[in-house]
Write a protein that binds this ligand. Structure first.
Ligand code: ADP
Ligand code: MG
Length: 293
């Protein structure tokens, strides 16, 4: 199975949301990583045919998606970033409705619905009205809908938004479990969501691919640039002014500061192994600061 995304571009007026996006995807988990506004949703909406690209084409197994029409859309399970749900349906009715829209037989739906519900921990909410679900529960219901029908291509736009840490881990593990033999694309700006499950990371910066590589090769790019310094509280402010401080932890005897810097930032600083989070901060330092606010 092969999904080719060729020269995809999209602008909204003067805003270039996506510029010449190219990728060849085979079964595996791909993370689309970038801060808000970097074009992740735009790309996902184009792949799923919810938005028309200005330029470019999508090829699935050698055939143009445009010519395949429904045959292509049937292969896709999509969880949009802001899914619309029908508040008056019960969870069960909603899943049956989605199963019918996807063309599943009654037998298949009867088989699959309990499984997906259990996977997203909503079995007990079977008879609850969708409108009465919490944000995190709605989010998990939408993941269940995307997965229904066992699609070859799974496209998840910020699937863990609004989930608590335990649910995030559960959703992450679930995605990685069902990803076998599928092309899975996960958009997120949360590194920990994809750090251990994505084999490939496509970093989007202002609508352009900044890097596309495995997590380990991205991390190796900043080898030797992450430092830990044990210092005194009075030095921290100065370090923050002159370097990129990514973490400050107070210990009994000192303050431990994590720093991103091309050169040794402090006489007592020692190199420490980089993480993907460090890489993200290295690339998106300023944008990340804004996002936190
Ligand atoms: P992300 O999903 O990474 O947060 P988006 O794809 O939503 O990014 O947005 C990319 C850029 O396109 C942003 O600058 C955003 O403001 C702009 N944009 C997205 N949708 C629209 C729209 N419907 N009209 C105008 N601008 C849009
Ligand atoms: Mg988005």
């Amino acid at each position: 199975m092969k999904l080719e995304l060729n020269h995809i571009s999209k602008a909204y007026g003067k805003t270039k949301a996506l510029t010449d996006f190219n990728a060849v995807l085979e079964p595996g988990i791909y993370a689309l990583l970038g801060p808000n506004g970097s074009g992740k949703s735009t790309l996902m909406n184009i792949i799923t045919d919810n938005l028309k690209a200005d330029k470019g084409e999508i090829i699935f197994n050698g055939e143009k998606a445009k010519n395949m029409g429904v045959r292509f859309r049937e292969k896709i399970g999509f969880m949009p970033q802001y899914p619309g749900v029908y508040p008056s349906f019960t969870v069960e009715d909603y899943l049956w409705y989605m199963a019918k829209l996807k063309g599943l037989s009654n037998q298949k739906a009867r088989q699959e619905i309990p499984n997906v519900l259990e996977a997203v921990e909503l079995t007990e909410s079977l008879k609850t009205k969708v409108g009465a679900l919490s944000g995190g529960m709605k989010q998990r219901l939408c993941l269940a809908c995307a997965v229904l029908g066992d699609p070859d291509i799974l496209i998840l736009d910020e699937p863990t938004a609004g989930l608590d840490p335990k649910q995030r881990i559960a959703v992450r593990n679930y995605i990685s479990r069902i990803a076998f033999n599928k092309i899975v694309i996960i958009a997120t700006h949360v590194v920990s969501d994809i750090e251990y499950i994505a084999g490939n990371i496509i970093i989007l910066k202002k609508g352009c691919i900044y890097r596309s590589a495995s997590p380990s090769s991205l991390i190796s790019e900043i080898e030797g640039k992450v430092w830990l310094a044990e210092t005194e509280e009075k030095d921290v402010e100065n370090l923050q002014k002159t370097t990129k401080v990514t973490n400050i932890s107070k210990e009994a005897e000192c303050v431990r500061v994590r720093i991103l810097s091309d050169t040794k930032p402090h006489p007592l600083a020692q190199n420490t192994p980089p993480t993907l989070e460090d890489y993200y901060l290295y690339v998106f330092g300023e944008e990340y600061e804004k996002e936190k606010m």
